[in-house]
Design a protein around this ligand. Structure first.
Ligand SMILES: Nc1ncnc2c1ncn2[C@@H]1O[C@H](COP(=O)(O)OP(=O)(O)OP(=O)(O)O)[C@@H](O)[C@H]1O
Length: 255
């Protein structure tokens, strides 16, 4: 087994007396897309918040590779390669799609605006920005202000900005939430594209079974804050406890 790219060890957080995440230990590896499922209130988003640093654990530790990142801020974790879709608050609504992506590429390169004095660096950053705009199917709207985009394209832009940061770990929390049935498949395609890069680890919180089926290499099930199942999709979905609790839906829908 290769070294894990991200790992939580006995991770616990209590709000008052209630453990929203309790003793969760699991490790993830490059080239693997894991979907985290569980009923409402199971602790999925809280676990995500602990990994990306929005919340601090009451107990337990988080490792990125060999590095203990438990005490790092969300921005330090982002710099360490943990990318979460909603962290993209660095969106400039009046700038175009391309300009927004270019700024993300530039931020990743660790360069300030003066970099544009260097023509070669400028060209490289512009080319990379074009690449991410194309890869996220945003070429047709590249020159529109970000604020003018329809909802579906804004979600694509989130993926573009996340990809431009070139994280090792991609974290998506219900990436197709609020999208129409026409729009959602594009986001799934984009995630499938990221998955082709076998150096990336993808974590996805998702309720929708079709998304789980389309993308999961592995499913982790949380219930009442605890990890109750972890394995290949067909195996996990066949477990009686998962059939009983999974989103409260019946056997036919799970099958
Ligand atoms: N800041 C907080 N203060 C108190 N309780 C919290 C806080 N954040 C989460 N919780 C509680 O922790 C539990 C887990 O919530 P969480 O949002 O992580 O579940 P979830 O699995 O993501 O659910 P959903 O599928 O509905 O998004 C819930 O009981 C929730 O009320």
């Amino acid at each position: 087994m290769t070294t894990s790219s991200i790992r939580t060890e006995n991770l616990t957080i209590r709000f008052g007396g209630h453990a929203a995440v309790h003793n969760v230990s699991c490790a993830f590896h490059p080239g693997e897309l894991t979907v985290i499922v569980g009923p409402n209130g199971a602790g999925k988003t809280t676990w995500f918040n602990l990994v990306s640093g929005q919340l601090t654990a009451t107990e337990g530790r988080i490792f990125k590779g060999e590095q203990d990142i438990s005490a790092l801020s969300p921005s330090a974790r982002a710099k360490a390669g943990i990318g979460r879709a909603f962290q993209l608050t660095n969106l400039f609504p009046k700038l175009t799609v391309l300009e927004n992506v270019r700024l993300a590429v530039q931020a990743k390169a660790g360069q300030g605006p003066h970099i544009f004095k260097r023509a070669a660096a400028m060209t490289e950053i512009r080319d990379k920005a074009f690449h991410f705009v194309e890869a996220t199917r945003l070429s047709a709207v590249a020159h529109l202000p970000a604020a003018a985009l329809p909802h579906g394209d804004q979600r694509k832009l989130e993926v573009a900005l996340l990809a431009a940061m070139e994280p090792d770990i991609f974290m998506f929390d219900e990436p197709t939430a609020g999208m129409s049935v026409d729009e959602a498949p594009v986001i799934l395609e984009l995630i499938a594209d990221i998955k082709k890069d076998r150096s990336k680890t993808i974590l996805l919180v998702e309720h929708k079974m079709d998304v789980v089926r389309a993308l999961a290499d592995r499913i982790v099930v949380l219930h009442n804050g605890e990890l109750i199942a972890d394995g290949k999709p067909t195996e996990v979905m066949a477990l009686p406890i998962v059939r009983d609790i999974y989103l409260g839906i019946g056997t036919e829908e799970v099958a």
